[in-house]
Design a protein around this ligand. Structure first.
Ligand code: NAD
Ligand code: WQD
Length: 350
């Protein structure tokens, strides 16, 4: 089902997930506006997006805590809906600078909601980037949306606080339409190889680390523990292709569009976005070696503090309500990630 073309604001739209979603939305006929302070992205991404889609992207440089600029942006561009990606996302760092995480993620979201409420055009459709990290150590697998939440680090707690704020808002005002999307482990890149995940410094996450080992930028992978209760002893995660994830946002927007007129009990919705299938660290290494035709040397290191053994999604609710399921397989995730990594290394010499 298609909806009328919307003016959609992406906070954090030059980041990893936002940039891929921008392509999907623009190609679906929507008009995309990006709002980002570039604290973890490159302003040049908006030109790259234009190159990919052949259409211009209006990008506004600003912080989500700047309520006045946000309000002005919402009004000037007649924004119908906001997808809220902007936030700090490094779990380890959130333990060392928790106040910055609460200020950026929670205070930033409150500022966005204030701007949306104050804007004369009253955009009240919001899709929020939540995370599977809100489930903590799983009590059962696959994890469905009713699984108890228990974040185990400040980053995860910012996501939980924001979900609660959005729930309160939806209950207080039934004209809002809100979707909280709990992403599992996004990986891969756009087929063009022009956008992808290119973290500053040493990557925290497995896939960019493996890609940088394969390309020769890093020497070897540290596999964090091989004594978990999993088939090969290494951690199992639900890796989802970032393009599938991006399409999940389009499906969520369409769903919110269809739910206009719903009663107040149903104006906030929470969905897992995952594949429902877990892969171990060693399976990921093998798949990447095959995609890149390079070897990925590794050694077994101690467990990383806070890690869990296994985590994968129940995808039933998103399939049933959004009509969305992930389509791309592990090979496509590794192929696209490798293609992007080679492009980055060639163009930047790093
Ligand atoms: P990212 O860091 O690549 O993108 C986030 C973007 O937000 C960046 O472009 C950054 O410059 C911008 N930003 C941050 N703070 C801002 C602020 N105060 N004002 C304006 N812009 C700001 O991260 P991503 O991987 O694309 O993640 C997007 C969202 O999805 C985040 O909210 C993240 O917590 C969530 N998420 C990510 C993952 C993952 O593994 N990548 C998993 C689950 C959830
Ligand atoms: C995956 C597996 C590691 C790096 C994190 C956040 C989560 C979400 C997604 C935002 C684990 C192992 C990793 C390495 C390794 N982000 N690993 N060596 O921890 O599942 O999730 O990103 O919301 O909140 O916690 O992802 O990619 O870091 O790790 O062995 O150098 O790879 O132990 O088993 P994680 P990850």
């Amino acid at each position: 089902m298609t909806t009328r073309p919307l003016n959609i604001l992406l906070t954090g739209g030059t980041g990893y997930i936002g940039s891929h979603t921008a392509v999907v939305l623009q190609e679906a006929g929507h008009c995309v506006f990006i709002y980002d302070n570039f604290c973890n992205s490159d302003p040049a991404v908006s030109h790259t997006l234009q190159k990919i889609t052949g259409q211009p992207f209006k990008t506004i440089q600003g912080d989500i805590r700047d309520t006045a600029l946000l309000q002005q942006t919402l009004e000037t561009h007649h924004i119908d809906a906001v997808i809220h990606f902007a936030g700090l996302k490094a779990v380890g760092e959130s333990g060392t600078i928790p106040v910055d995480y609460y200020a950026n993620n929670v205070q930033g979201t409150i500022s966005l909601l204030q701007a949306m409420q104050a804007a004369s055009n009253q955009p009240k459709t919001l899709v929020f980037s939540s995370s599977a990290t809100v489930y903590g150590d799983p009590q059962y697998l696959p994890i469905d949306e009713s699984h108890p939440t228990k974040a185990t680090n400040p980053y995860g707690r910012t996501k939980l606080h924001i979900e609660e704020i959005l729930g309160d808002l939806a209950r207080a005002d039934n004209t809002w339409r809100i979707a909280c999307l709990r992403y599992f482990n996004p990986v891969g890149a756009h087929a063009s190889g022009l956008i992808g995940e290119n973290p500053n410094g040493i990557p925290n996450n497995l896939m960019p680390f493996v890609a940088q080992v394969a390309v020769g930028k890093l020497k070897q992978l540290n596999v964090f523990g091989d004594d978990y209760d999993t088939p090969d002893g290494t951690g199992v995660r639900d890796y989802i292709h970032v393009m599938d994830l991006a399409e999940g946002h389009l499906a969520a927007l369409n769903y919110l569009g269809r739910s206009v007129g719903a009663d107040s009990a149903t104006n906030i919705h929470t969905f897992n976005l995952g594949t429902g299938r877990g892969y171990s660290v060693l399976e990921m290494v093998k798949a990447f070696e095959s995609a890149s035709a390079r070897s990925v040397p590794f050694h077994i290191a101690p467990r990383r503090a806070g890690d869990i053994a296994s985590c994968y999604a129940s995808t039933a609710l998103a399939a049933e309500q959004l009509g969305w399921t992930a389509k791309r397989d592990l090979q496509a995730m590794c192929d696209s990630s490798w293609y992007f990594q080679q492009n980055v290394s060639t163009s930047t010499g790093r």
